[in-house]
Design a protein around this ligand. Structure first.
Ligand code: ASP
Length: 281
């Protein structure tokens, strides 16, 4: 069984004019990822490629479209986990890289560490030949216009390639965050988690998500509950602490779970024997 679920953030989507394009794009990304799976690529490769596609799109809060912090520059976070080996790679406070998810993957595959931050993380990127971009790459008209924006456009993917489950996440964090703030996204268990049974990725207010360890929280309920019900219970728990966010997941059999307590969440999934399903606002 091969399956993929991707999301483009949970939130209140104040910028309603952007909704159709964002829904379409998330669907396109899920289809692209599934084609890659069918072509035989493994789940790590697919997860990184689809997250990169979302990072390169200016409408999502990751990579190019990252929200600016209080001082007007980006500090991006990303994480990836291979459920078959429990290998983890995460980065935080990235200012100059085009695709933070590539660096998270490098940390997972080529370093002896799980998390690298700031200058040290960028040094590792440089040593490994990743692509750097100048600050103005991030100053799109949209991002300048919505400097007073809302939360909710982080991107993530969970991929099952028939053997293993991989979860990947990337974000610019919350708008106008304090310099140095790290959200849930690079924190294993909160922003992302995968093992041999299920994989999950969270989005929403990182400070809330960490309190309930949202992605790993599924293991409190799954497999006693289906993955779909387990995810719903996790979001109920998030609501229970007045937290806001969304969660996507899939299990080793390709069953899908998604839930959110924000006004909406952009997501799309596809699996063997089933056409793309899109959800949104
Ligand atoms: N969870 C992300 C953070 O708090 C933001 C988001 O999902 O939109 O950094």
């Amino acid at each position: 069984m091969r399956a993929i679920i991707v999301h483009g953030g949970a939130g209140d989507a104040k910028r309603t004019e952007e909704i159709p394009e964002r829904v379409d794009f998330v669907k396109k990304v899920a289809n692209y990822g599934f084609d890659l799976l069918k072509s035989g690529l493994n789940a790590v490769e697919v997860a990184v490629r689809v997250v990169k596609m979302l990072e390169d799109h200016p409408l999502f809060d990751a990579g190019r479209g990252s929200y600016l912090n209080e001082e007007g520059f980006v500090e991006m976070d990303a994480g990836i986990m291979d459920g078959s080996t429990l290998s983890i790679g995460a980065v935080a406070g990235i200012k100059r890289l085009k695709n933070p998810i590539e660096l998270a993957r490098l940390v997972m595959e080529k370093s002896h560490h799980n998390i690298l931050i700031g200058d040290g993380a960028e040094k590792f990127a440089l040593e490994n030949g990743l692509e750097f971009v100048p600050p103005y790459y991030f100053y799109t008209d949209r991002i300048i216009k919505i400097f007073e924006g809302t939360y909710g456009d982080t991107v993530g993917a969970v991929v099952l390639d028939g053997n293993k489950i991989v979860s990947a996440v990337s974000t610019g964090g919350t708008p106008k965050k304090h310099v140095g703030r790290v959200g849930d996204s690079p924190i294993v268990g909160s922003g992302f988690y995968a093992n041999s049974e299920f994989g999950a990725v969270s989005t929403g207010i990182g400070e809330d998500i960490m309190k309930v360890i949202l992605s790993f929280r599924i293991s409190l309920y799954y497999p006693n509950y289906s993955i779909s019900d387990a995810v719903k219970k996790c979001i109920d728990d998030l609501s229970g602490i007045n937290g806001h966010g969304g969660l996507i997941a899939l299990d080793k059999n390709g069953n899908i779970g998604y839930s959110f307590n924000t006004k909406g969440m952009f997501f799309a999934y596809m699996k063997d024997g089933q056409d793309t399903v899109v959800g949104g606002f």
